[in-house]
Ligand binder design. Structure first.
Ligand code: OMP
Length: 213
């Protein structure tokens, strides 16, 4: 695990983004932890989140032409990441996001930002069972561009409804890489190093045995 990944986990704990308790997931599963990127909810926090994404993008060595953030949560993600990426690398990365409802006046359409073209990287928050990637892929394909990968904050490393790894399924179905700033495995590794603070590592390991890949 790289230092910036440790810093990200600690920052998520500090901001209350990584929480412990009992949480019902989109999949219906009851999880002893939850990662809510919506709580990076101030300018400074969002700016720092963008820096973590930009760093992960750089580490991924993916060859991409632009960023796409699916509405709604992906909108601040692409905005913050493209700003941080320009600062970090000097490369002015174009970005776009979609509207949930097509606009029938003014500039019209569902895409805001740079027209989708070339290799497009999808930025999202969390992958659990992998259901939300599908829509982004079809939007990007629909505009004649190429979905070249997914970058998320946390890979929960869970099996999808059919028992297959969710990220593996995305990789195979769309033939594109899925990268994350951190994975559950790394969160467990980090929490184990600070276990005296009473984090429920055992419950998370138990959950991982049940639903993990
Ligand atoms: P999938 O679409 O099943 O991969 O679930 C991902 C979505 O679940 C995310 O976009 C969130 O809306 C939500 N989620 C979190 O934000 N954090 C978590 O720790 C877990 C979930 C979840 O419900 O699985």
């Amino acid at each position: 695990m790289l230092d910036y990944q440790k810093d990200f986990i600690q920052y998520a704990l500090d901001c209350g983004v990584l929480k412990f308790g009992e949480f019902q997931l989109k999949s219906g599963r009851m999880s002893p932890y939850f990662f809510n990127t919506g709580l990076f909810d101030t300018g400074a926090k969002l700016g720092k989140l963008g820096e973590f994404y930009a760093r992960a993008l750089l580490e991924s060595k993916l060859d991409i032409d632009m960023l796409f953030g699916p509405a709604y949560k992906g909108i601040p993600l692409v905005s913050a990441t493209s700003i941080a990426y320009a600062r970090l690398t000097g490369r002015d990365m174009p970005f776009a996001f979609n509207r949930k409802e097509a606009k029938d006046h003014g500039e019209g359409g569902v895409i805001v930002g740079t027209s989708l073209s070339g290799n497009v990287l999808i930025l999202d928050d969390v992958i659990t069972a992998g259901t939300s990637v599908r829509e982004s892929v079809s939007i990007i394909n629909g505009e004649g561009a190429y979905p070249a990968g997914v970058l998320i904050a946390l890979d929960r490393q869970e099996k999808g409804p059919d028992g297959q790894s969710a990220t593996e399924e995305v990789r195979q179905t769309y033939d594109m890489p899925v990268q994350s700033i951190v994975s559950l495995e790394q969160i467990i590794e980090y929490l184990e190093t600070v276990q005296d603070l009473g984090y429920p590592v055992d419950a998370i390991i138990e959950y991982r045995k049940q639903y993990g890949i």
